[in-house]
Design a protein around this ligand. Structure first.
Ligand SMILES: Cc1cc2nc3c(=O)[nH]c(=O)nc-3n(C[C@H](O)[C@H](O)[C@H](O)COP(=O)(O)OP(=O)(O)OC[C@H]3O[C@@H](n4cnc5c(N)ncnc54)[C@H](O)[C@@H]3O)c2cc1C
Length: 465
């Protein structure tokens, strides 16, 4: 245990917390601490930050009890639902980390088309359960990501073009606030917390112990096309990609991928059509015809499920690897960015690295976005996903990521709080919001958590560390 918290929290105080909860408490210095600390992070490159203790809570009452205890003993609280934050946002120095892994129930009300889910529910489990009732939700793209951090960050998942960002479908939440009180939050009751919980991500000043989600009917025909191209083709493809973007429907989700020089793959365009009939799915995919004609390899799949989509994309991010990731928004169009990402990936030291460009879906101008903390949008999203196997390769892979951040700086107009590296620069959290939204978040944090009980954004000027 480090000097600071050893002095602040007595052994008797830890014992009192242990006696009050059924969940497992592990204090720094205990034999299982290092394993428990490492298990907080899905990324095998576990941050070199050391919480004072990790408490795996059994239920929402224990969350409330632990928040009150931490407040009384002057410890900050960090929260982990599934540990998928690329930058390990829940692993905070000298904090009490609340591990919500046990809060993973799913209840579906088929009639009302709502689901009530715990924060540790994983995308795949949710998608499978909903599909069994003919229902769907914009779950994130990979199977094991938990909904807790995903929904609080905004959540851009499968079929976001039609379903919208996931947080816009959060109807209500159960929150434990900085006083340790359990609060029901929706548009009428505690609208300030409701606003913040939909997009604040790691800057949220409460613990979400349950989400009520508005569901959609399951699209009955999901078809996909995966087109592969040689790396040199990327410039020539730009006009066709732009033409496709101009013609496509919101129900056609496009992802442009680039792989490193040392990988067997080169460039891939993944198109997924979410439709209700075979015919409609084929019509959605029809604008891809000029690109299909130029592809070196075409893989078409029909009768897909959300589960198979999740498993397919998840295979690109297997568990157990070390990750150095950053993502950015750009005003540039996806066709031009694909070339830039392909160039970046050519220099990647690891064969497992991945570059991604996702064009924003065409928005319905008649459907204004909800007022919520998720406030920054742009025509294109770029993801730079460094993935490698060994700690000895950290420096080389992180240097590659730094070089790419610099190369993309002029094209960057902001970041997505759910996937960006919040430790990359002091103002990074701020750059994930419009200035108005960031200021509102700051003011709400001051009001709801004046003593800085919750760890808040890493490095942000307003985070009480
Ligand atoms: C393989 C992979 C694929 C991904 N794909 C997508 C994608 O398709 N779309 C997308 O939008 N994002 C995606 N992400 C990003 C992901 O949504 C975020 O990393 C999200 O934070 C993960 O949720 P988590 O609960 O595992 O986060 P954790 O790492 O557990 O938490 C991250 C932070 O969120 C806050 N937090 C988490 N849970 C709570 C809670 N219950 N109450 C209060 N605060 C909480 C805390 O501040 C915490 O530090 C992906 C990440 C990975 C690793």
């Amino acid at each position: 245990m480090s000097g600071g918290e050893r002095d602040r929290v007595s052994t008797a105080a830890w014992s009192a917390l242990r006696a009050d909860v059924r969940g497992e408490l592990c204090v720094r210095g205990e034999p299982s601490y290092e394993a428990r600390r490492a298990a907080l992070s899905w990324n095998a490159r576990v941050p070199a930050r050391h919480p004072a203790a990790i408490l795996r809570v059994a239920d929402a009452d224990e969350v409330a009890c632990a928040v009150r205890w931490a407040r009384e003993h002057g410890l900050r609280v960090a929260v982990r639902s599934g540990g998928h934050s690329w930058c390990g946002a829940s692993v905070r120095d000298e904090a009490l980390v609340l591990d919500l892994g046990a809060l993973c129930t799913i209840e579906v009300d088929v009639e009302a088309r709502v689901a009530r889910v715990g924060p540790a529910v994983e995308n795949l489990a949710l998608a499978v359960e909903l599909a069994s009732h003919g229902l769907a939700f914009p779950v994130g793209h990979c199977p094991s990501v938990a909904v807790g951090g995903y929904l609080l960050s905004g959540g851009f998942g499968w079929n976001s073009g039609v379903f919208g960002p996931a947080c816009a479908r959060v109807r209500s939440l159960e929150i434990v606030d900085a006083r340790g009180e359990q609060v029901h939050v929706d548009a009428q009751r505690e609208p300030e917390l409701y606003w913040a919980a939909r997009g604040a991500g790691a800057g949220f000043f409460g613990v979400a112990t349950r989400f009520e989600l508005e569901l959609a009917p399951l699209p009955r025909a999901i078809h996909s096309l995966a087109l592969s191209f040689p790396r040199e083709a990327v410039h020539a493809l730009e006009p066709e990609v732009e033409a496709l973007l101009a013609r496509r429907s919101a129900a056609l989700e496009l992802t442009l991928l680039a792989f490193p020089a040392r990988s067997a793959r080169e460039l891939q365009l993944l198109a997924v059509a979410f439709a209700d009939s075979e015919r409609e799915a084929q019509e959605l995919l029809a604008p891809l015809a000029p690109l299909v004609a130029r592809a070196a390899h075409v893989e078409a799949a029909q009768a897909m499920s959300f589960a198979s989509l999740l498993q397919g994309l998840g295979a690109l991010f297997p568990a157990g690897r070390r990750h150095g990731v950053d993502v950015l928004y750009s005003e540039r169009t996806a066709g031009a960015l694909w070339s830039a990402v392909a160039t970046a990936l050519r220099a990647a030291p690891s064969p497992h690295a991945l570059g991604m460009v996702v064009p924003a879906p065409p928005l319905d101008p008649g459907a204004p976005l909800a007022d919520m903390a998720l406030s920054l949008f742009a025509p294109s999203f770029v993801g730079l996903y460094g993935q490698w196997e060994h700690a000895r390769d950290d420096a080389e892979n992180l240097a590659w990521l730094d070089a790419q951040r610099a190369a993309f700086r002029a094209s960057t107009c902001g970041h997505y709080v759910g996937e960006t590296d919040l430790y990359a620069e002091r103002t990074r959290a701020q750059r994930c919001f419009t200035p108005e939204a960031f200021e509102r978040l700051r003011a709400l944090r001051e009001r709801w958590d004046p003593r800085g009980v919750f760890a808040g954004f890493p490095l942000s000027a307003d985070a009480k560390r």
